[in-house]
Structure formats: C-alpha cells, structure tokens
Design a protein around this ligand. Structure first.
Ligand code: NAD
Ligand code: TYD
Length: 353
C-alpha cells in the first residue's frame, strides 16, 4: 500500500479518489482533519477496504511509527500542509509547525521504517514530497518561467515554510540516502477546493450575490493546473522519477487574476443567468495582499522530456468543468463553508473594502 498524508484536503483527496479509480493498491490516508480536511469528500470510499483513514497529526512521531510498522507502506506521498497564503500572513505559527516540523517528524518516521526494510524493499521505497512553485518567489513579466534550478526566494510565511520542508527533504536524500522525490507545482483548481482560494471563493461569492474581492489591480499572474493533471503527474513521478530529483509541474496556463474572475463570471452568466445584469457587476477591487507575489510561471519541460507527462486539460476546459462541479455540488460547499469559514471571511475581507 501507499501512505498518503493530507488525503482529506483538496489535492490529496483528488489524488486518493483518482488513485483508487485506477489501481487496487490500498491507500493509508493520514490526516489531522484541520478546517481544510473534509471526510465528506471521501464519502464514496466509506465501505471500500482499499481506503484506510487515520486521524493523525504528522507532528505525532509515536502515532506515525505505529502506522508505518502496522501497515508497511511501499511509498509515502506527502500532501499534508497548511496551504493558504492569506492565513499564513494572519497566523504563521501553524505553518511552521505543520510544514516544517511536521515534515521533519514524518521524514524521521519514514527513515526509521525505511532502515528496517530488507535491501530490495529499501531500494524500492519512495518518499514523494508535494511542494509548490511559490518557493521560487516572484517573476517580472519578461522573466523566463521557473525551472528546477531556479534559486529559492520565498516571500510569504507559507512559501518560506514550504521551502524549509523542501530543503529538509533534499537533505534526507543527500545525507541518509532516503529515496526522495520532490514536485513543485503551480496553482491548482478543480472539484473539492476549499472556498478560501481564488476560484472557488469567486464562484461562491458570485452565487451568493456578494462582492468579488480582487486584490490590488488584479494583474497578478498565476499559472493554473487542473487538479487531476497534478495527480497524474505525481503518479508518473512516483512510478518513474529518479530519487533525489525535483520535478516542476505546470500546465502552461498563465492568467491575470482579473481575467480568471471575468471568465468565471461569463461561465456563470451562461449557466445560471442573473435576473438582471452580469456577475461581472459584482467585481470589486480591494486592498492588496501584503508582499503579494506578482507572477508565478512554471517551465514543465523536464517532466515532459524525462517522463512524457503532459496535462490533459486546457484552462478553458478545466475551468468550465470546475464551475459546473460547484454548481452541482452546492451541499458540499455549504458544509465546508460553515462556522470557522465564516470567521475567516470576516478576518480576511472586512478590513480590505
Ligand atoms: P489543503 O489545505 O486543501 O489540504 C491540506 C490537508 O492537510 C487537509 O486535509 C488538512 O487536514 C491536512 N493537514 C494539515 N495539517 C496537518 C497535520 N499537521 N497533520 C496531518 N494532516 C494535516 O491543501 P491542498 O491545496 O490540497 O495542498 C496539498 C499540498 O499541495 C500542500 O502541501 C500544498 O503546499 C501543495 N500545493 C498546493 C497547490 C494548490 O494550488 N492548492 C499548488 C502546489 C502545491
Ligand atoms: P490563492 O488562491 O490564495 O492562491 P496563491 O496565493 O497561493 O497563489 O490566490 C490566487 C491569486 O488570487 C493571488 O494572486 C491572490 C488573488 N486573490 C484575490 O485577488 N482575491 C481573493 O479573494 C483571493 C483569495 C485571492
């Protein structure tokens, strides 16, 4: 089996669902269930013996040791993290704890377990660390995209803690020989994304008749990848990536935020027209995020060249699917957007307008 951390979050849950659609190899899903983790996403696996769920914090070394020795995974795919930049600005401590300390505790547990394996199991073992392009910092409009050798220059507490975890993973390969793989992916979107992130937040606010809060001038650029394409890239890297290597993952879809928000409005205008006017009328420019990175862009040629991976979706097809999914799955959104979420919206947006 494989051990997946953070498999109740957005990308982790998509990964678990996709994995079990394509394979009979079981998944041990280790998740603390923070505000971002939601077992409802995994409802379809409730009576599936291939999915074992353990509510465990990755900072809990003893619990991890027990999970490793009981279930004996052949690989770890590590998604668990605090993942939202705005929250990292309001409260960085949880990010240091989970992203840096948690990754360290998980690496140590994996190393102890790995050392106990026989030679062939040790050689076959993999620790795949899921990271972000945000560790590379911010690009100007004319700069080339981030490649695997771009120097790290993280600017937010979120990206700084992800950079720290990437460095630890690198060190565990070089120092101890743990067979690690690291992936650095661009912004994801798709089903089951928590509505604190740009795309689901805009869909939710549009449907609720609320303002669509675009930070600053709306010209910040992100490089968007549909979540199932990220999952397929991770499967490729896990199967055929070379230990010690890092792989950038992206879909060659750079868009300014305002363009993304306008496209969402147009898709909603077509699918669920308002009685009067367009959803675009709800767009409101608000106070910028402190230290807001201007542009992210990924050069994913290494992954294509070495492992033959390419994304299946374009931004247009992926975004249309995503908007449709949110329209058809309003109860999921209503459930995750309950108490804690409402407090967050107040914290993040009240003082911006
Ligand atoms: P998410 O916030 O939706 O989910 C994170 C999951 O981790 C949740 O289920 C949460 O309960 C769990 N978790 C948090 N702290 C934990 C802890 N201490 N112990 C165990 N579980 C814990 O995040 P996501 O968007 O799915 O991102 C997953 C990973 O992918 C992260 O490592 C993130 O840095 C990386 N990533 C995300 C994006 C993106 O656009 N969302 C892009 C590139 C990389
Ligand atoms: P986000 O989804 O938080 O991802 P990240 O900060 O990791 O890239 O934000 C994507 C972009 O959208 C980013 O430039 C910030 C911007 N943004 C807004 O303009 N308004 C919002 O309400 C949010 C959440 C984000």
């Amino acid at each position: 089996m494989i051990l997946v951390t953070g498999g109740a979050g957005f990308i982790g849950a998509n990964f678990v669902l996709d994995w079990l659609r394509g394979s009979d190899e079981a998944v041990l899903n280790v998740d603390k269930l923070t505000y971002a983790g939601n077992l409802r996403t995994l409802e379809s696996l409730q009576s599936d013996p291939r999915h074992i769920f353990a509510r465990v914090d990755i900072c809990d070394a003893a619990a991890l040791d027990t999970l490793f020795s009981t279930h004996r995974p052949r690989a770890v795919v590590h998604f668990a993290a605090e993942s939202h930049v705005d929250r990292s600005i309001h409260g960085p401590a949880d990010f240091v704890q989970t992203n840096v300390v948690g990754t360290f505790v998980l690496l140590e547990a994996a190393r102890r377990y790995w050392a106990s394996l026989d030679d062939s199991a040790r050689a076959a073992f993999r620790f795949l660390h899921v990271s972000t392009d945000e560790v590379f910092g911010s690009l100007s409009p004319a700069d080339p995209q981030f490649c695997e050798t771009t120097p790290y220059a993280p600017n937010s507490p979120y990206s700084a803690t992800k950079a720290g975890s990437d460095h630890l993973v690198r060190a565990y390969f070089h120092t101890y020989g743990l067979p690690t793989l690291t992936t650095n992916c661009s912004n994801n979107y798709g089903p089951y994304q928590f509505p604190e992130k740009l795309i689901p937040l805009m869909i939710a606010h549009a449907l609720a008749g609320k303002a669509l809060p675009v930070y600053g001038d709306g010209r910040n650029v992100r490089d968007w990848l549909y979540v199932s394409d990220h999952c397929s890239a991770i499967r490729e890297v896990l199967a055929r990536g070379e230990p010690g290597q890092t792989y950038n993952i992206g879909g060659w879809n750079e868009k300014a935020n305002i363009e993304v928000v306008q496209t969402i409005c147009d898709l909603l205008d077509a699918a669920r027209p308002k009685a009067q006017g367009s959803y675009r009328d709800q767009i409101a420019f608000v106070k910028d995020r402190p230290g807001h990175d201007r542009r992210y862009a990924i050069d994913a040629r290494k992954l294509e060249r070495e492992l033959g991976w390419k994304p299946a979706e374009t931004f247009e097809t992926g975004l249309a699917k995503t908007v449709r999914w949110y329209l058809e799955n309003q109860p999921w959104v209503d459930e995750v957007a309950s108490g804690e979420y409402r407090k967050w919206v107040e914290t993040n947006y009240t003082k911006r307008v």
